[in-house]
Write a protein that binds this ligand. Structure first.
Ligand code: DHB
Ligand code: FE
Length: 280
């Protein structure tokens, strides 16, 4: 049987991707941010999943305002890095898991979650930066990845509660897949940041720390937070944090915090990162 073996969350700032690709990770600005992932790289090498189910948001790379799915599951064999304006990042092609993705699509749609099935899609920094943070710069990504794009760019985003419930349904789907696979669920984006308007540059450390505490210990309560509170407290792009609730829903009620990291600033964003594992 397939099982959810751990949950990982991390921010996805594009400048982090550029710092990795241009060899700047040891610069004084970036070194403290990357230091938070030294543990994670060693941990994941020792706890390698077969598949990562990676909840992320597309930034008008694969989708445009012409077509905005709330939840889109990547069912393709592979996904190429998107050209985000400066050419595609020099990172490996992402290899999917079409069989597990199709099974999850069937299971979630039959459980009343409306997913868009995507059979061809490029993936932008929202997906490739978390992979780079966790895996460094390998020739090939060391596991398969199912991209799961969530619309948090164009109003209205899905609620945290719906994302949490989706994560719970995802766990049931994974456990219902016949093959013996280790599956990690990653929630990416966040933490507090706002890239636009008069509040551009907003960071809210108190909100972020409370979010981390509640995501670990009181996810049902955190799932009740309405989207307007994300906007007011964590900035317009802080709404990316609802994707972390997909990860948390896929874990059990009680979790162990294997790793917790928080660093400001990373470009315009508060960089947060967790590794959580179910308590036995
Ligand atoms: C930044 C953060 C994001 O989430 C994003 O999609 C683009 C830029 C930033 O902090 O610069
Ligand atoms: Fe973003």
């Amino acid at each position: 049987m397939a099982r959810v073996t751990a949950g990982v969350t991390t921010s996805h700032v594009p400048a982090i991707g550029a710092a990795i690709d241009l060899g700047k990770t040891r610069d004084s600005y970036w070194a403290p941010a990357f230091a938070g992932f030294d543990f994670s790289k060693a941990w994941i090498a020792a706890n390698m999943p077969d598949v990562v189910f990676l909840a992320y948001n597309d930034h008008a790379s694969a989708f445009s305002p012409d077509l905005v799915p709330t939840f889109a599951i990547g069912c393709a064999e592979k996904f190429e890095p998107a050209d985000e304006g400066w050419g595609p990042r020099p990172v490996p092609t992402v290899i999917g898991h079409p069989e597990l993705a199709a099974h999850i699509a069937q299971s979630l749609i039959q459980a009343d979650f409306d997913l868009t099935i995507v059979n061809r899609m490029d993936v932008d920094h929202g997906l490739t930066v978390p992979l780079s943070l966790m895996f460094g710069q390998p020739q090939q990504w060391p596991c398969r990845v199912i991209p799961f794009a969530v619309n948090v760019v164009l109003y209205p985003p899905p609620s945290g509660k719906r994302c949490f419930r989706l994560g719970q349904a995802l766990r049931r789907a994974v456990e219902d897949f016949g093959e013996d696979l280790k599956v990690q669920v990653w929630g990416t984006g966040g933490m507090s940041h706002q890239l636009q308007g008069t509040r551009a540059g907003l960071i809210n450390k108190e909100f972020d720390q409370r979010f981390l505490d509640q995501l670990i210990a009181e996810p049902e309560r955190l799932a009740e937070l309405p989207h307007i509170d994300y906007l007011r407290q964590a900035g317009s792009e802080g709404i990316e944090l609802v994707m972390w609730l997909i990860m948390r829903g896929a874990l059990g009620a009680r979790v162990r915090t294997t790793h917790r990291f928080y660093h400001v600033p990373a470009s315009n964003t508060a960089l947060g990162h967790l590794i959580l594992e179910d308590m036995p």
